[in-house]
Design a protein around this ligand. Structure first.
Ligand code: TTP
Ligand code: MG
Length: 640
């Protein structure tokens, strides 16, 4: 383990409440990079647990909820006696702490999905089953929905205070009894006696509640999907539902009391294309826009650079909560005309919050300790490395770490890889090299040449960061459209022919599967993802510098009737898109890459109950106009 930030000392719970005394937890992954897990480990330690570094030292194995049995199977083999230990998901210790008892771990809500049932286990494991008496210790009941202000607990089953005495059965067995059981079974697994410490008489530990609540909201922010149900849903957004804190980021709301001013407005005061925009609309990031050079000549450029690096670190660990906080703080700093030097000055600005102290640290010491620790952390480096593989996201990267893989060679030699991952690894360097603007144009010209031969009425537009004027791009986003088309299916035969020809010519090298969660891929066949290589003859630089580098290319079919909306979407950036979509939503409309729709009715959870009526799809400028957003040239759409 590398150097770590010095943590605040543990606040040990009073002796009587150290429910995990004598227990030792091994986490999978066994690190505390993820802030939610860090808090969970800390809480468990404060309640007496020993956090062990080796699996064979553990009494309990606590598994990240995103992992399945298959993901951890290999790691479990490190300890031949793993099956004698308690194997539970991360909800388990939280429930124990909340209820101040060691709850029965054999309940379905703590199960790791895919865990073999006792019948599937080897014979020596089933002999423990007499302890697994679910009937003797009742299941914890599903929680009622808490007050609207408090995020829903991640504990899917918590005990209601009003349960009948027959339900008060989950209890912590005394240590002597535990010893007895140990003698009987020859293992250290605790048992769960009936009626010894009735759960309903155990007040929930309110001292941990606040932190757990924070933990939960962080879990929510980091994508624990079962917690999203009460978040503001934006079902058109491929990036998932919008969270309250994110809404504040996207709307760049100031520090006024009501962070979501539209909440106070009636529909009639929402403003419309003909009337004046309501005042709150001006706070949306899409209303301000931004250019790619907006940090140049900014008095806070150095601070922004360091904060950006910290943001990148949080991106590595998927800490969406902090990603958004940093983005917001950076957006605020960008708008300042004078250098912000002290935490006090920073705090006086909107949306800076706790990052104020960091701003002062950067300005006064020219460094940020937290960033240095993060850069030094070996686990984080591994996750960062894995995330650079094309098509690999947070979940996969963490799974691989949990499976014990540490290097790209480990993955190449030992991991089960899908085609995308194989290509991502084989062409790791190529696919991580940004494409110079000139080469993007040269690559697009190759496609245009072939396209014109197939159908000279087809138009190709380079979208993505290129359209925003970027000097280099991560991939080529090529929009294919044609006058007179109103559905993608009219363009599909063209796409098939184009892909066939370019593949035969050796320009397209491989087709890749679409990512899970790709934008609105309801009519499969409307896009093609893959790799291409520029032929030497088309290389824009000196021949001696030519290398056949594999580049990522996306070809997107867009009927003319949807071109304006598609251009907005595929130009981005992502923050601009989310902001303008949210604005549409707040005005009772809906924007996706097909069009802007009006009269959209949304029900509970903000889920739309009808599709609405198309207001505009074809004309990019008109969509801005209807929304009351001043026209932003593509190069003015760098937000966040
Ligand atoms: P990308 O190609 O991922 O992004 P990009 O072209 O802006 O940047 P890069 O140079 O790294 O390729 O996606 C193309 C556009 O699609 C992006 O500009 C905006 C939109 N988009 C979203 O709105 N949300 C998303 O989550 C993603 C991935 C893309
Ligand atoms: Mg792109």
């Amino acid at each position: 383990m590398g150097k770590r930030k010095k943590e605040a000392p543990l606040k040990l719970a009073p002796e009587a409440r150290r429910i995990f005394k004598d227990l030792s937890f091994f986490y999978i992954p066994n690190d505390d990079i993820n802030p939610v897990r860090r808090l969970q480990i800390r809480k468990a330690r404060e309640h007496g647990v020993m956090w062990c570094r080796k699996l064979d030292e553990a009494t309990h194995i606590i598994v990240d909820k995103k992992l399945t049995y298959t993901d951890i199977e290999r790691q479990l083999q490190d300890d031949p006696k793993w099956s004698e230990k308690v194997l539970v998901n991360e909800n388990y210790p939280i429930d124990c702490i909340k209820h101040r008892v060691i709850v029965n771990p054999n309940q379905s809500q703590y199960k790791i999905s895919g865990t073999p049932t006792p019948a599937e286990k080897p014979a020596d494991e089933t002999e423990l089953s007499h302890l697994d008496n679910d009937d003797a210790s009742l299941e914890l009941k599903p929680s009622r929905r808490k007050s609207a202000r408090r995020p829903r607990s991640p504990v899917l089953s918590t005990q209601s205070r009003s349960q009948s005495s027959s339900q008060r059965s989950i209890a912590l067995i005394s240590s002597s009894k535990r010893q007895q059981n140990k003698g009987v079974t020859g293992n250290a697994q605790p048992a769960y006696a009936q009626d010894e410490v009735p759960l309903s008489e155990q007040p929930a530990d309110t001292s941990v509640d606040d932190e757990l609540t924070q933990c939960i909201s962080e879990m929510k922010a980091t994508g624990n999907s079962d917690l999203f149900s009460d978040s503001l849903m934006d079902d058109d957004d491929p990036a998932g539902p919008l969270l309250t804190d994110e809404i504040e980021v996207l709307s760049d709301s100031s520090s006024s009391d009501d962070k979501r001013p539209w909440k106070r407005r009636t529909r009639s005061s929402m403003g419309n294309s003909k009337g004046k925009n309501p005042a709150w609309q001006e706070k949306f990031i899409c209303m301000k826009g931004g250019t790619k050079d907006h940090t140049d000549n900014n008095p806070n450029a150095e601070t922004i650079k360091v904060l950006q690096e910290m943001l990148d670190q949080h991106t590595l660990t998927g800490d969406d909560f902090r990603i958004r906080a940093y983005r917001l703080a950076i957006a605020t700093l960008r708008t300042q005309s004078k250098k912000i030097c002290t935490a006090e000055e920073a705090r006086a600005l909107p949306n800076i919050g706790r990052i104020a102290d960091k701003i002062e640290e950067i300005v006064t010491t020219n460094r940020l300790r937290q960033l240095e620790y993060a850069l030094d952390d070996p686990q984080r480096k591994i996750i960062g490395l894995f995330l650079q593989i094309y098509g690999v996201g947070q979940i996969q990267a963490h799974k691989w770490v949990a499976q014990g893989f540490r290097t790209l060679d480990d993955l190449k030699n030992k991991a089960d890889l899908n085609t995308n991952q194989k290509i991502g690894l084989e062409y790791f360097d190529d696919l991580n090299t940004r494409i110079p603007r000139q080469e993007v144009e040269a690559l697009a010209d190759c496609v245009k040449e072939t396209a014109a031969i197939i159908d000279h009425n087809v138009e190709l537009i380079i979208g993505g960061s290129y359209r925003r004027g970027a000097d280099n791009s991560g991939d080529i986003d090529l929009i294919v459209t044609k006058k007179g088309t109103s559905s993608t299916s009219q363009l599909t035969p063209f796409l098939n022919q184009l892909v066939d020809t370019l593949t035969r010519e050796g320009f397209l090298t491989i087709a890749l599967a679409a990512h899970h969660g790709d934008a609105d891929d309801t009519d499969g066949g409307s896009k093609w993802h893959g790799c291409c290589v520029l032929p030497e003859s088309a290389f824009p630089g000196p021949r001696s510098e030519y290398r056949p580098i594999w580049r990522r290319i996306d070809i997107l079919l867009v009927p003319q009737t949807e071109l304006g909306a598609a251009l907005i979407y595929f130009t981005g950036n992502d923050i601009f898109n989310r902001s303008i979509r949210l604005l549409a939503q707040k005005k009772g409309m809906r924007l996706n890459q097909r069009g802007l729709f009006g009269n959209v009715l949304r029900g509970q959870g903000n889920i739309k109950v009808n599709e609405g009526t198309l207001l505009e799809g074809r004309d990019e400028k008109k969509i801005f106009e209807i929304l009351g957003v001043r026209w932003r040239e593509p190069h003015e759409r760098w937000c966040g």
